[in-house]
Design a protein around this ligand. Structure first.
Ligand code: FES
Length: 172
């Protein structure tokens, strides 16, 4: 017949707590036995080829949608190296074209190289990762994360840095 002493009880329960505490650590992603993440807070972004770098005119925006069809964006080849820029000259950037104030479509101004909102006149700098320059908006324009494949000269969208207006998550 076994007998639990106070010492053996504490030893067992302490060991149990130690196992419990080490089972889940902060920031750890939980996985189902099949390997699927169940603790992930956001869904993965799709990768989408937009165009070939050589086909882009300098300082003229190309419209596209990302990460889904209801999210308008603009891709611009600035013609000079730009922070966050990709491509052979590191000059290709892209942004959501929904103003972060109240969601009006912003328009690219090739003279000043910024995006202007016609609703309440916020201005966002396309050469400074979408930084809010002036106006009612308090957030920068979300920038589209791009990748460049030198094998086929393709520019792809692979993510979004910043929250697209009107969304709780960029991936719906
Ligand atoms: S919606 Fe753009 S400044 Fe208000």
């Amino acid at each position: 017949m076994s007998r639990f002493t106070r010492r053996s009880f504490l030893k067992l329960s302490g060991g149990g707590l130690a196992i419990g505490a080490s089972a889940v650590t902060p920031g750890q992603v939980l996985a189902k036995p099949g390997g699927e993440d169940i603790g992930r807070a956001t869904l993965p972004y799709p990768g989408r080829v937009i165009t070939q770098a050589a086909s882009l005119p300098v300082n003229r925006p190309l419209s596209f949608n990302y990460p889904d069809e209801s999210s308008p964006c603009a891709l611009i080849r600035m013609g000079r190296a730009t922070p966050g820029g990709v491509g052979p000259e590191h000059d290709i950037v892209a942004y959501s074209t929904l103003c972060t104030h109240m969601g009006c479509p912003v328009l690219y101004d090739p003279d000043t190289r910024d995006f202007k909102c016609p609703c309440h006149f916020s201005v966002f700098d396309s050469e400074k990762t979408g930084q809010m320059v002036t106006g009612q908006a308090t957030e920068n324009l979300p920038s589209i994360i791009l990748s460049y494949d030198s094998q086929d000269d393709s520019i792809s969208a692979i993510g979004v840095d910043g929250l697209i207006y009107g969304r709780q998550s960029n991936i719906l």
